[in-house]
Structures are given as structure tokens and as C-alpha cells.
Design a protein around this ligand. Structure first.
Ligand code: LRH
Ligand code: MN
Length: 431
């Protein structure tokens, strides 16, 4: 496997022409924030520590049920997905962890895969199991569900797959298993809601029993699709009930696209934080359904409000608070590397903006029911352009001040396209 990377010297060369601008803007912002008793260096340190994982399946071109139009130089296997993930991290300096999906990324030798990721300075984030598709020659189908299927044989198969995922994850150094199932029904009466949930919980208890003591189990809720009448874990209510039923290592994962339009996701986040059940996030954006669009591309203020809850928890030193951040997107019309770099920076921006909220003042306005000033306190932080802090963080960590410009100047996509034959054909489906 030829490892293609964008070397540090090239990145430094690209930065050289714009470094002075960052310095000037950073100083100006530093003076502005100092007037508000905010130490920009302290904010910068937190920006530099920010990390968000990339989904291995997001490095290829995504599609819909209608079609998928593969882009140039598509990664064909997990090793090439790691190469592209290394480029994203080398330029953004905020995505050192990759989240795999099994069996899409399954290999025969997981220690070889661990060596490959080590060589690319990458680590492994949450392991995603897959019991929403049947594998070739699979004896017991998941057509009518997996962990909640009425067939014990199908449930056992789903349970053993999840236990395998934990074992593979241990070789890679991961500490989390994420379980999203498409189980549900398309017709009223097709499924007994309580019995189905009881079967799901029974199955999850067997998976929970297989968790190493330092692992977490993240449950992902989703309103609909592939089931279009009921879904076993349809909302945060069913999610937190399952996590509480299973035990302290079970937590809830919030995929932003898995809610009905206009649902107050930041309040769901606050509830999960309060009851110590916030496991993590799949960041993306959407206008209609689970569109898996680039994070912050449509609702940057909602994304900021979510981080306002997260930074508030940090500020209040909320215990058992250690959420995992990850992107979960489908890139149907853009270069996935560009979208993932853009999205990582967008989520990092929401975090940094939330750090600028004057929480003493906000608390006072909330106590005084001064809605205007409370709202303006948040809006003020959101409207400060924190780009110089994001650019400085990347620059100081050896990344690109302007990742997209640097990536395009590197010609990386063209060069990998030479060694990765076009997979051709449009086919359909998200990967
Ligand atoms: C389900 C989901 C889940 C993944 C899949 C690729 O919609 O968000 O997190 O397993 O996308
Ligand atoms: Mn997801």
C-alpha cells in the first residue's frame, strides 16, 4: 500500500503567504476579547485540544436509494480510507480519530490495520456494528429486524456480530461500540411495540455483558428509515430508557439528522447531560429527513446552541460528562475530503464560539427573566468571527491555515486517482 500524504513542508509553504494575515487578525481579535475579559490564548488552547472523529464511510462518495455517482480516486478499502483520513487530519489538525463500520471495513488481520493507522498517526474512534443489511449467504435474515427480531436465530446472529465488533475494536484500541439498528415496522399492527422493545433490551443486555469494563455502549436513536411506521429506538425517550435499563456503561448518542424537523435538539442534549447519559454525537445537517448534509451548512446557530449546552456543562463541571464528537455525513456531490475538513472546522467553530459566551451575565439575565439580554448574550458570542483562532490553532499544530486551498494546491485527488481505478457504475445506496 503506497501511503500518499501531503508533506509538512508543502503545508508550511502554502501557509507562508497568508501567515501574516492570521497574525494581524488574531491580535485584533485578542484585543477585542480582552475588552470582554476573555483571554484569547486560553480559548486557543481549547481550540487546539478539540477533536472530532471522521466516519470511514464518509471518505467515499455517498448516494441515495436512487443513485450514487462515484467521484474520482474513490477509496476502495479501509486502508485507502485511512490514507484520505490522514490528509484530513494533516490539514485540519482536529480529526486524528477514525470511526469504522463493520463489516464494511472488516479485514482478515486487525493488527495489520492497527499498524497502518499508527503509521498515519491516526487512532480509532467508536466501532459501528451493522445489522441493518444481510451479508452474502447469511443464514438468518435481518429483514424483519435484528436485535428485536421475533426469530431468536436472527437475534443471536445480531448479538454475536456486535460481540465480534467489540473484539475487533479492542485490537484497534477503540473504547466504544455504537449500536444503531433499523428495526421497526411499516404497517400498524405489524409489530407489538412492548414485546419488540423487550426483545431488543434482552439482546442488548447480552452485548452489554460482553463490554470490557473501560468501554461504553452508545445507543443511537432515529425517527424513521429504513422503517417507515415505527422504529425500535425512535427517539431520545426510548434511547435513554434503554441506556438506563442496561447500566452505567450504556449511553445515548445524538445524530442530529435523526429528529423531526424543528425538534429542540439542544434541550435533548441538556436532558441527557443532566442524567449522565450523553455518550456522544453524530454531527451533520439536514433540511427534511436524515439528509446527512455537511455539519453547520444549514443550521449553524442550532449547532452553536448545542455547544452552548456542552460548554455550560463543562463550565458547571458536570460530572460523568465526557461526550464523544464524530461526523456522520454522506457526500453525494462534493469531494468527501473537502466536506469533512469543512465540517470538522464548522463544529470546532461552534465549540469556540460557545466558549465566548459570558456565562455569569447569562445566568443573571436568566434569573431576572431578561429574555432579550439573555438571547443577545448568546447571539453576541455567535456573531464574533473566531476564524483567526481556528486558523492559528491549525497553524500552531502544523496544519493548513486554509485546508481546502492547500488540499487543492496539493493535487492529492488527481494523484490518488492515478493509482485507484475509477470504480465506475452508479449503483445506489449511501456507500
Ligand atoms: C443511520 C446512521 C448510523 C450509521 C449509518 C451509516 O442513519 O446514522 O449512524 O450506522 O448512518
Ligand atoms: Mn449516525
Amino acid at each position: 500500500m503506497t501511503q500518499q500524504r501531503i508533506d509538512k513542508a508543502f503545508i508550511a509553504e502554502q501557509n507562508a503567504s497568508i501567515e501574516a494575515h492570521v497574525k494581524e487578525d488574531y491580535e485584533a481579535l485578542g484585543n477585542k476579547l480582552a475588552r470582554e475579559n476573555i483571554n484569547i490564548e486560553a480559548v486557543l488552547a481549547k481550540a487546539e485540544a478539540f477533536q472530532i472523529a471522521v466516519p470511514s464511510w464518509g471518505t467515499g462518495t455517498g448516494g441515495t436509494r436512487f443513485a450514487r455517482f462515484p467521484g474520482e480516486g474513490e477509496p476502495r478499502n479501509i486502508f485507502e480510507k485511512l490514507e484520505d483520513s490522514a490528509v484530513i487530519n494533516d490539514l485540519s489538525q482536529a480529526t486524528e480519530r477514525v470511526s469504522p463500520h463493520f463489516p464494511w471495513d472488516k479485514v482478515d488481520d486487525f493488527s495489520e490495520l492497527k499498524e497502518a493507522s499508527d503509521a498515519l498517526d491516526l487512532k480509532w474512534d467508536s466501532i459501528n456494528s451493522n445489522t441493518f443489511q444481510d451479508q452474502a449467504g447469511q443464514e438468518h435474515s435481518f429483514k424483519y429486524g435484528s436485535l428485536s427480531n421475533t426469530s431468536k436465530a436472527s437475534r443471536d446472529l445480531a448479538i454475536s456480530h456486535n460481540l465480534d465488533c467489540i473484539q475487533w475494536g479492542q485490537v484497534l484500541g477503540s473504547k466504544t461500540l455504537t449500536v444503531w439498528v433499523g428495526d421497526g415496522s411499516n404497517h400498524p399492527g405489524q409489530q407489538h411495540f412492548q414485546h419488540a422493545f423487550e426483545r431488543y433490551l434482552e439482546s442488548m443486555k447480552e452485548i452489554y455483558a460482553g463490554l470490557p469494563s473501560d468501554w461504553e455502549l452508545h445507543i443511537e436513536h432515529k425517527m424513521f428509515e429504513p422503517a417507515f411506521y415505527s422504529t425500535i429506538i425512535q427517539d431520545w425517550g426510548s434511547n435513554i430508557l434503554a441506556a438506563m435499563e442496561l447500566g452505567p456503561q450504556a449511553k445515548s448518542l445524538v445524530d442530529l439528522g435523526h429528529h423531526a424537523p424543528n425538534v429542540n435538539i439542544e434541550m435533548i442534549v441538556s436532558r441527557l447531560i443532566q442524567f449522565k447519559k450523553l455518550g456522544g454525537f453524530h454531527f451533520n445537517d439536514s433540511k427534511y429527513g436524515d439528509d446527512d448534509l455537511d455539519s453547520g451548512s444549514l443550521h449553524p446557530y442550532q449547532q452553536f446552541l448545542i455547544f452552548n449546552e456542552l460548554v455550560d456543562a463543562e463550565y458547571r463541571k458536570q460530572d460523568a460528562f465526557n461526550p464523544n464528537y464524530m461526523l456522520d455525513q454522506s457526500h453525494n456531490v462534493t469531494d468527501p475530503i473537502e466536506s469533512l475538513m469543512n465540517s470538522a472546522a464548522s463544529v470546532q467553530r461552534s465549540y469556540v464560539s460557545a466558549l465566548l459566551v459570558n456565562r455569569e451575565k447569562l445566568t443573571q439575565y436568566q434569573t431576572d427573566n431578561d429574555a432579550i439580554m439573555a438571547s443577545n448574550t448568546l447571539k453576541h458570542a455567535f456573531t464574533i468571527d473566531v476564524s483567526p483562532i481556528l486558523q492559528k490553532a491549525r497553524l500552531r499544530k502544523g496544519g493548513a491555515i486554509d485546508p481546502i486551498a492547500c488540499y487543492r494546491a496539493s493535487g492529492y485527488r488527481k494523484s490518488v486517482a492515478k493509482v485507484r481505478p475509477n470504480s465506475g457504475g452508479s449503483g445506489s445506496g449511501i456507500v
